[in-house]
Design a protein around this ligand. Structure first.
Ligand code: KG4
Ligand code: ZN
Length: 359
C-alpha cells in the first residue's frame, strides 16, 4: 500500500468508494492504476446473528452510525484528505433499499460539498471486478458467477462495465440457503463458514438432496428453496413436531451439512460450466461471499483443469462485501461516465445491460 507521498510523479487520481448494499459498511481509497490504497469494512454480523439473517431495518440504522467513521478511517489509512479526492463512487444497485440509500446520500453529499464527480457502481459488476483486482491484469471477456447472501447470478462480462445477464436464482440466493440451513442445524451465523466447517467431517453422499435444473441445458438459472425445504423435511419429518424436539448427533450434523453443501456446489459448478460453453468463453471469475467456500473452490479448480478453462477467484477479503472492489469506478471515470446528483438507488437486479451512469 502506498500513500500520496510514496506515489510517483504522474499524480494519481484518488477515488473514495462507498459500499452499503447489504450489511457491511465499507469505504476504500483507490487510484486509477487501478490499485487499492486503503480498505475498511465494518461488519454487522454480530447485530444480525440472533435473527439468522440480515434484518433490513437494523442494517440501514447501523450504516447511518458507521458510515462517517468508516470513511474517516479509510482516508486516514490512505493518508489522503477529502481535498485530494478526484471523485466519489458508490454502489447504488442492487441491494437493500434502506442500506443503499445511506451510502448514496453520503456519496452525494461529499460530491456536492467537494464539487467533484459522483460515480455509480453496480455491486455485481464490482464483485467480478474483485477478480480483476486480484489478477492485476485484464480478465475480460469472461463469465462472471456472483454468488452471495443476496445473489446467485451468471453474466457474460464483455468488459468490466458491459454485462449480459445469463441466469439467476429464481428464489433464494445460495448464501441465504447456507444461512437458513445453518440455523436449522443450530450452527452459528453467518451460515456459510459454519456449514463449511461442519461439512469437513461429513459424508456428502449420505443424503440425496435435490439439484434443481442441473440437467436442464436450456437454462442457466438456479433454485435453492427446494433444497432448503428438503433439509428441513429431513430434520422434522414424521415423529418430530418442530426443531425444538430435534436431537442431532455431531455426525448427523456433519453429514447434513456436507450433503447440503455438495448439492449447492454441484449446481454452481454445472451452471458455470454450461455458461462458459454457451458463451464460448474460456475464463470464469467467481465473486461474492460464497466464493470463499473451500469446497466450491476445489470443485471448480478440478473442473477448470479437466475442461481447460481459466479460473479466477479473488482472495477471501475481496469475496465478501467490501469497497475495494468499487475500484471499478476507475473504469467509469476513464470512460467519462459520471452520474448526476439525481442518481437513485435501484434495489433489484437489472437483467438488461445497465445504463452508462447506472442511473
Ligand atoms: O457477498 P456477501 O458478503 O454479502 C452479500 O452481498 O450477500 O456474502 C455473504 C454470504 C452469506 O450468506 C454467507 O453465509 C456466505 O456469503 N458465505 C459463505 C462462506 N463465507 C461466506 N458461504 C459458503 N461458504 C463460505 N465459506
Ligand atoms: Zn455482495
Amino acid at each position: 500500500m502506498s500513500g500520496p507521498g510514496t506515489t510517483p510523479a504522474s499524480s494519481p487520481r484518488y477515488v473514495l468508494t462507498l459500499e452499503t448494499t447489504c450489511d457491511e459498511t465499507a469505504a476504500a481509497v483507490v487510484i486509477d492504476v487501478p490499485e487499492v490504497i486503503s480498505s475498511v469494512v465494518a461488519s454487522q454480523d454480530a447485530l444480525h446473528e440472533r435473527f439468522g439473517g440480515v434484518v433490513p431495518e437494523i442494517a440501514s440504522r447501523a450504516h447511518v452510525e458507521r458510515i462517517l467513521p468508516v470513511i474517516d478511517e479509510a482516508l486516514a489509512k490512505a493518508e489522503v484528505s477529502l481535498e485530494d479526492l478526484s471523485a466519489i463512487a458508490v454502489a447504488h444497485t442492487p441491494g437493500l433499499a434502506g442500506s443503499l440509500l445511506v451510502g448514496l446520500v453520503a456519496a452525494k453529499s461529499l460530491a456536492l460539498a467537494l464539487d467533484i464527480p459522483l460515480i455509480a457502481v453496480d455491486h455485481l459488476q464490482a464483485h467480478v471486478y474483485a477478480g480483476r483486482l486480484a489478477a492485476r491484469r485484464d480478465i475480460y471477456p469472461c463469465v462472471g458467477l456472483v454468488v452471495s447472501g443476496g445473489h446467485t447470478s451468471l453474466f457474460r462480462c464483455d468488459s468490466p462495465l458491459d454485462f449480459v445477464h445469463l441466469g439467476s436464482t429464481i428464489d433464494d440466493a445460495a448464501g441465504e440457503a447456507f444461512d437458513k440451513v445453518a440455523s436449522m442445524l443450530s450452527l452459528s451465523y453467518p451460515g456459510g463458514p459454519s456449514i463449511e466447517r461442519a461439512a469437513r467431517n461429513g459424508d456428502g453422499s449420505r443424503y440425496a438432496f435435490p439439484r434443481s435444473f442441473i440437467d436442464d441445458e436450456t437454462r442457466l438459472d438456479f433454485s435453492f428453496s427446494g433444497l432448503k425445504t428438503a433439509v428441513r423435511y429431513q430434520l422434522v419429518g414424521p415423529g418430530h413436531a418442530d426443531f425444538a424436539e430435534l436431537e442431532l448427533d455431531e455426525q448427523q450434523v456433519a453429514d447434513l451439512a456436507a450433503s447440503f453443501q455438495e448439492a449447492v456446489v454441484d449446481c454452481l459448478v454445472a451452471k458455470a460450466s454450461l455458461a462458459l460453453k454457451q458463451a464460448g468463453l474460456n475464463t470464469l471469475c467467481v465473486g461474492g461471499g460464497v466464493a470463499a467456500n473451500g469446497r466450491l473452490r476445489e470443485r471448480l479448480a478440478d473442473e477448470a483443469m479437466q475442461s481447460g478453462f481459466e479460473l479466477i477467484f479473488p482472495p477471501m477479503s475481496l469475496c465478501t462485501d467490501n469497497a475495494a472492489m468499487g475500484a471499478i469506478a476507475i473504469e467509469r471515470l476513464g470512460r467519462g461516465e459520471t452520474a448526476s446528483l439525481e442518481l437513485d438507488v435501484r434495489p433489484g437486479l437489472v437483467r438488461e445491460p445497465t445504463a452508462p451512469t447506472g442511473g
